[in-house]
Write a protein that binds this ligand. Structure first.
Ligand SMILES: [Fe+2]
Ligand SMILES: [Fe+2]
Length: 283
């Protein structure tokens, strides 16, 4: 089984992006395409609360297991993971505020609902179950990062800046910390069946949450007609769409000996976005 590479650095960067100005300039900032643009907008709307859920779960399991029972490396990685996710949540919130400014006000309301659900989950779902969900979600975000690198670079390269930069930064950091919650889950004694069930739940939840927001954004623009519905089916959720392309990566999680570092995308990221990464590291 693969494990965390010895030379891995999880670097919490602190970039800031002027999203609103860019979106006001061009509402359909991804290839001038409302279906693709609003799909990515819908995904972003899940991140702030989702990432807080991940942080809570990791902290709660760490505290239950006891820091002294975790390796020094994993303790350090957890700190860096939390720092990275906290900043992601902040920048994705800026993204949602920009969309609210543009008139998509229901996204803010749905964030408030997600906050309540997160608080409910913390009280009613055990920490190890929440961490299983987190590890599964982290696999999905790492899979999306891989998709942007390998199969659908057009989703980054066709995006206006600074949205492209934000997406590339997030994808890189999701890659860097992709095994932290998985390793913590294993260190806490989490097993195979639970983590697989968690992936099924998280995949279904991601589908539902993204699709409802996607539909809302398109409907708000008066674009939710049969033509758009067919495109959403074909280009997003169908076997040849974005989700169809992520699926093979996602399914790797069901292999009993799976570990996130069985694939390593860091060199490919550096080759393509080396300059951007350097600039962000300095900011
Ligand atoms: Fe993140
Ligand atoms: Fe993450």
């Amino acid at each position: 089984m693969a494990a965390r590479p010895d030379d891995l650095e999880i670097v919490p960067r602190r970039p800031e992006f002027a999203i609103y100005e860019a979106m006001r300039h061009r509402r359909y900032w991804l290839q001038d395409d409302p279906v693709l643009t609003h799909f990515i907008n819908a995904l972003q709307a899940l991140f702030p609360e989702g990432e807080r859920f991940f942080i809570d779960s990791a902290r709660d399991v760490r505290d239950q297991v006891g820091e002294e029972n975790l390796s020094e490396q994993l303790r350090a990685d957890l700190q860096d993971f939390i720092r990275q996710e906290a900043w992601h949540g902040r920048e994705h919130e800026v993204w949602i505020e920009a969309l609210e400014e543009l008139g998509y006000t229901r996204l803010g309301e749905s964030m408030a609902r997600m906050k309540k659900q997160r608080e409910w989950a913390r009280e009613h779902i055990s920490a190890i179950n929440r961490l299983a969900m987190t590890a599964a979600s982290e696999h999905l975000t790492a899979s999306i990062a891989r998709l942007l690198l390998e199969k659908r670079p057009d989703l980054l390269d066709g995006a206006d800046r600074p949205m492209r930069d934000l997406l590339a930064w997030h994808a890189l950091e999701e890659t860097e910390h992709k095994s932290v919650c998985f390793d913590l889950y294993q260190a806490a004694g989490g097993g195979y069946v639970r983590r697989c069930l968690a992936l099924v739940i998280e995949w279904a939840d991601l589908f539902y949450q993204t699709h409802t927001r996607h539909r809302y954004l398109l409907r708000k623009d008066g674009l939710w007609n049969w033509r758009t519905r067919l495109r959403v089916l074909r280009d997003i959720w169908g076997p040849r769409g974005v989700a169809g392309a992520v699926l093979p990566y996602a399914l790797g999680y069901f292999k009993p000996g799976f570990h996130p570092w069985q694939t390593d995308e860091r060199a490919a990221f550096k080759a393509k976005y080396g300059d951007l990464i350097e600039a962000l590291s300095e900011s």
